[in-house]
Each structure stands twice: as structure tokens, then as C-alpha cells.
Design a protein around this ligand. Structure first.
Ligand SMILES: [Zn+2]
Length: 411
């Protein structure tokens, strides 16, 4: 019997990523589950069927003419909720100032904190939607968005509400959003007992707004120490919050080992990971979230992506979109840099920002694959070979982006 649906894409090169278990490790990261010429039927916002020459009809049909259809890209590490800009800092760094010295002098993250504290919830929400729109232009359909520019209970909760509002209600972004609590993004020298207050007051307040929200920390010199991070994580774990950590960006302070020991969901950055920690991460259940745009924008250092994948790690890739160290909304750009500087293959890069990124966000059974029952989030590219996505640098946006079966760009 002919199947019916709302949308039918015919004749696309399908990157299904539907074979094998999730998360992907090692050689499995290179299996994209390609169907050279296939169709996708959508019903009620979900993928109903995927295959060759489907016996199906739909209210709306699109002939892809052999172009590439991939799952919507998933950006599992962003700071897309912020106010103000860091253009002065951009010039200072071009003139030779380094990222951590600017932070130590009260600039960097703290300058964004001041601008964010001064913004209303409505302004913050509107700015977040603007940032998400830019990400959507390049094919991102699901994004994690961190708090962390409030650094006090009131503003961290306001950021959380602004992120929530950016993804729901009138004028909201169509993108799927997952907030993460990053009250431990910097040390606010202007507050007495800042660390203690973040652990005892701010974390529980945000976890009351969203029980089970992921808890993240920036463990780095001039930011959170290893001991402070451990205390935060113990409190977060007691509240049932999954753990994520910014570790080894510029200095290896031990946060990677701490994260493995505490069963963290992800360890992000890893540009300065100690060689002996690579097999530890690879053998663990924590995903290594690589952020190549940060290395590109700061000191030219990159995480050992090749060694992590060859060692068997769960590797994901994200933009780290933020106004300081990674002002780019583009996952294709992150893929392009990861291939060249971390020696990922184009297939690994695509797996890293689809199925493995979905795993990092706890969405592995509903997003990141073209398979029946999954969200009908996908991207139609004006390309016929998936390697082209990481090959072209700062190239043109996709032809069309769909979320829940609806065209949200192009189409
Ligand atoms: Zn970050």
C-alpha cells in the first residue's frame, strides 16, 4: 500500500548515519550509512520511512536531483546567549595580547558578563535568537546553549529563562535548544565567597528551574581551580546533573582525570591534554568534544583529534560559538578546520557533529540520524559528495534546512 505523508524528498544522496550503535568510536565514525539515491518520507514532524524508490506520496514533494541530504547538524557546545561584543579585545589580541592575560586584567569573559548583566531577559532572548539564526543558516538544527555570563544567581537564572524563551513561544527560533549551567565560567573577583555561592546558591537555583540540567565548569588558570571544580561537581552530582567540563584549553590542570573519575558526560577543548591522558579519555565513557575554532582564533593549538579517534574515544565536534574565543556560528567551518588541523577525515567530522553530538546532549535516540522515528531535522546541500562539506572553507550555506519536517531556511 502506498504510504502517505506531509513531505517527501526524492532522489537524494542520503547520509543516514543509521547503521551501528551510538556513540560511535574508532572506525565506526567513518561509516556514514550512505544511500546513493534514496527518498525520505516525513509524517507529523518525524521521519516515517527512508529507502530507495519508496512507494509513497506526500502533500509536498521535493526532487533533490542527487544532491546531498544529511541529518541536521547538532552543535553540542555553544555560548550563544550573550550581550555586547568583544571587538576591542579582537584588536588587542591581533596586536599581541593573549587570551588569559586579558581575562586576568578583568576583560575577556568578564567584559561579556558586564554587558549580559545589564541586558533584560527580553533583550537577551532576542540576541540569542539572532545568534541561533546565524547557526541555522549553516545547517545547525539543534544546539546546546550555556549560561555563564551572569555569574550571580539572578543573572544566571535570567540567562536560563532567556535561552528557554529563545526556543519557545512567539518569534522564537525553530531550533531545538538545550541549556547547560555554566555558573563556573570565570571567577568574579568582585563578589565575596563567589565560588561558595555559586556551588551553594546559584547551582541549586538553576537546577530547580530545570532539574537534571547539565553542569559545566571552566577549569583553567585564572578561572576555576581543580579543587573548586571538584567541589562544584560533587554538588552537581548530588542534584542529579550530568557533568561537562572545559578542560586543558591552555593548561593541563587535572580536570580531564577528574572528569573521567567522576563519570562526566563530556570533556571539552583538550588542546593542552597531556599525552598520557589521551588513552584515559579514549577508554572512558566521556565524549571528547573538540572545538577547533578556538585554536584557530587564539593560539593555533588543536586537540589531538586523530589520536583520540584512533585510540577509540567518543569524539564530537562543536563550534564553541561565543563572542571572545570562537566568533563563528558555522559547524561546516569547524569541520573544515578539524580535518586540516586535527586530521579528522571528512566522514569522521560529519559523525562528530551529528550522532556523537546528539549523544553528548542525551538525544541519541531522537536526533542526528535519518531513520524512521527520528526527528525530521535535515539539511539539503548543493553538493553531491559529502566530503565537500569539510572541503570548502567559509563556503555557501545549504540550500534548505528542515526542522520537524518544516522548511526553516530555503526550501
Ligand atoms: Zn566553551
Amino acid at each position: 500500500m502506498t504510504a502517505a505523508g506531509d513531505l517527501l524528498i526524492r532522489g537524494a544522496r542520503l547520509i543516514t548515519l543509521a547503521r551501528g550503535s551510538v556513540p560511535r568510536r574508532g572506525a565506526a565514525m567513518r561509516d556514514l550509512g550512505v544511500i546513493a539515491r534514496g527518498d525520505v518520507l516525513v509524517r507529523d514532524g518525524l521521519i516515517a520511512q527512508v529507502g530507495e524508490s519508496l512507494d509513497a506520496r506526500a502533500a509536498s514533494e521535493i526532487d533533490a536531483a542527487d544532491r546531498l541530504l544529511t541529518p541536521g547538524l547538532i552543535d553540542c557546545h555553544t555560548h550563544a546567549c550573550w550581550a555586547g561584543d568583544r571587538l576591542d579585545e579582537f584588536e588587542q589580541r591581533l596586536a599581541g595580547a593573549d587570551y588569559l592575560s586579558i581575562l586576568e586584567a578583568g576583560g575577556g569573559i568578564m567584559s561579556t558578563v558586564r554587558a549580559t548583566r545589564a541586558a533584560s531577559e527580553r533583550e537577551l532572548s532576542r540576541l540569542t535568537i539572532d545568534h541561533l539564526d546565524r547557526m541555522l543558516t549553516f545547517g545547525t538544527t539543534t544546539a546546546e546553549v550555556k549560561t555563564g555570563y551572569g555569574l550571580d544567581t539572578e543573572t544566571e537564572c535570567r540567562m536560563w529563562r532567556a535561552i528557554r524563551a529563545a526556543g519557545a513561544g512567539p518569534g522564537a527560533s525553530p531550533m531545538r535548544l538545550l541549556p547547560t549551567f555554566l555558573g563556573a565560567h570565570a571567577i568574579d573577583a568582585g563578589q565575596d565567597d563567589f565560588v561558595e555561592r555559586t556551588i551553594r546558591e546559584t547551582l541549586p537555583a538553576v537546577a530547580a528551574l530545570q532539574p537534571g540540567i547539565a553542569c559545566d565548569a571552566y577549569c583553567e588558570r585564572s578561572a576555576w581551580s581543580l579543587e573548586q571544580t571538584r567541589r562544584l561537581f560533587e554538588a552537581a552530582r548530588a542534584l542529579g546533573c550530568p557533568l561537562r567540563v572545559h578542560a586543558d584549553q591552555f593548561n593541563s590542570l587535572g580536570a580531564t582525570r577528574l572528569a573521567v573519575e567522576m563519570g562526566a558526560r563530556s570533556i571539552d577543548h583538550l588542546e593542552a591534554i597531556a599525552a598520557e591522558d589521551v588513552p584515559l579519555v579514549a577508554g572512558s565513557g566521556a565524549a571528547a568534544v573538540l572545538l577547533p575554532i578556538s585554536g584557530f582564533c587564539t593560539d593555533g593549538r588543536y586537540a589531538p583529534g586523530r589520536a583520540l579517534i584512533d585510540g577509540g574515544a567518543i569524539v564530537a565536534l562543536a563550534s564553541n560559538y561565543n563572542p571572545g574565543s570562537a566568533p563563528s556560528p558555522s559547524l561546516p567551518f569547524a569541520m573544515a578546520v578539524a580535518c586540516r588541523m586535527m586530521k579528522l577525515t571528512p566522514a569522521e567530522a560529519l559523525t562528530a557533529c551529528t550522532v556523537n553530538a546528539a549523544h553528548v546532549l542525551g538525544l541519541a535516540d531522537c536526533a542526528g540520524r535519518l531513520a524512521p522515528g527520528f526527528a525530521a531535522d535535515f539539511v539539503l546541500w548543493d553538493e553531491r559528495d559529502e566530503r565537500a562539506l569539510a572541503y570548502e572553507i567559509a563556503g555557501v550555506p545549504p540550500l534548505a534546512v528542515f526542522i520537524a519536517g518544516r522548511p526553516v531556511r530555503g526550501g
